[in-house]
Structure formats: C-alpha cells, structure tokens
Design a binder for this molecule. Structure first.
Ligand SMILES: [Zn+2]
Ligand SMILES: [Zn+2]
Length: 246
C-alpha cells in the first residue's frame, strides 16, 4: 500500500512536471514567434524559473498523488464520474466554485507571503522574475509551493465535481498561470481592456504585481483586490530593449 501511494505521488509529479514543460514551453515558443527578443538577456533567470518550477512540480505531485490513490482505491473525495450524478447545470457551477475558492485562497496566502519576514525567506523567489516569463508559472520557494499544492486536493473533499470538470479547472489553472506571466497579452484586446477584463486577471494585471509588489494579489479574478483596495489597474510591458530592462 505504501508503495502504491508512493508510485501514485511519483506519477503525479511526472504529470505535473511534464504539463508545466509543455504549457510553459509552448507559450515560450509562441512568445518567440509573436514577440521575438522579448526574453532576450533572461537566460539565467529562465533557468532559475525552470529549476524552481520543477521542484514545485514534485511538491504538487505528493498531495495530488495521495488523493488520486485514495479516490481510485478507497472511494475518497467528492469527484464523480457519472455526469448525471448531479444536474447538468452543476457542471459549470462546480468549475466556477473551484476557481472562486482557489482565487480566495491564493489572494489571502499571497498577501500573507508579502509580509516582510515571509517575503524575504520565500516569496522573493517568485519575485526574482523581473520581468516574469512564461517559465515563471510555478517558480515558487518550496514552502510557498506547499500552500499552492494543497488547494485542489483539499477542495475535492469539500465540493463535488465531475472528473471532466476537474480536468477543465486544472487546464484553466495551468494556462492562466503561464499566460499571466508571459509578458504580453494572449487574449484579444476587447477581453482584457473591456468589461470582462475589469473582473478577470490577465497578464497586464499580474505584470503590475511583479512591477510594484504591493498590489494586484489575485489569481483569476479582481474582486478581492477591488474589495480590499489593492487593485492598481493594468501594467504595461517593457519593450524588449527598453530602458527598464536590466
Ligand atoms: Zn507572479
Ligand atoms: Zn507576490
């Protein structure tokens, strides 16, 4: 049994690691095609981002692997496979509930990580990405990675979700984690400049967090930042060889 749990954790670590490399690698390639030179001079930073992110993948894999094993062999969690176990309208509602819960957890733990003692010891790793790149999505100190790794494995015990809807939550988490650090907007202008962008977090919003630190703490949505007065609007992107580059 111990071996089975260990192997499940190992498999999840591999999955999270490969998912990271594919997602970040894919968007880094898109960056090279759309904005050649945007990451020029950032090779050392990118190597660090990949190293920390792969370490985070190992940490994310452990609780995910334990819970996946318990789901398969012990009937743990409220993940369901029969799409009709709950009304169909619940499928998108569950996705939204997961994103809202994850966002709330992230907002408050992120603000906590900005307290000077924790910032110096842990969160400084993430903010070493100046400006962030597509590889920075999981670039966290291992202790900070633990605070992220427990969210979804914890939520599956609380909020029922169809296994496919859970896959969608993980896909949104991955894509937004990467694109929000990418240094350019992958979404059409009407999304992030329009009414939707007033409530959704995209790269311009998170870029400002990496510029100014004490604002724009959210993950998917802006409502916590707006409610708590920490929303500083959208940031700009430095040109590849602009004066802000160092
Ligand atoms: Zn960030
Ligand atoms: Zn931060």
């Amino acid at each position: 049994m111990t071996l089975a749990i260990f192997l499940s954790a190992l498999a999840m670590t591999a999955i999270v690691g490969v998912r990271y490399l594919l997602a970040s690698g894919g968007f880094a390639l898109a960056t090279r095609l759309r904005h050649p030179g945007l990451y020029r001079g950032l090779d050392r930073q990118i190597r660090r981002e990949i190293g920390w992110s792969l370490a985070s993948a190992a940490i994310y894999g452990v609780p995910a692997g334990i819970v996946a094993w318990g789901w398969a062999h012990r009937g743990w969690t409220r993940i369901y496979a029969d799409a009709h176990a709950f009304p169909l309208w619940y499928l998108p509602v569950a996705v939204l509930l997961y994103l809202l819960a994850h966002d709330a957890w992230f907002y408050w733990t992120h603000r906590w990580m900005h307290r000077p003692a924790l910032f110096r010891r842990m969160h400084i790793v993430h903010h070493a990405s100046r400006p962030p790149t597509a590889w920075a999505a999981m670039s966290f100190h291992p202790f900070e990675a633990i605070t992220g790794a427990v969210v979804i494995p914890g939520l599956v015990f609380l909020i029922p979700i169809h296994v496919g809807a859970l896959g969608l939550v993980l896909a949104i988490m991955t894509v937004m984690g990467v694109t929000n650090h990418m240094g350019w907007e992958v979404w059409p202008r009407w999304v992030w400049r329009g009414p939707l962008g007033a409530w959704l977090i995209t790269a311009s919003h998170h870029q400002r967090h990496h510029e100014r630190y004490h604002c724009n703490f959210g993950l998917y949505f802006r409502h916590w930042d707006r409610l708590c007065g920490t929303d500083a609007g959208l940031g700009g992107f430095a040109p590849p060889e602009g004066p802000n580059r160092s």
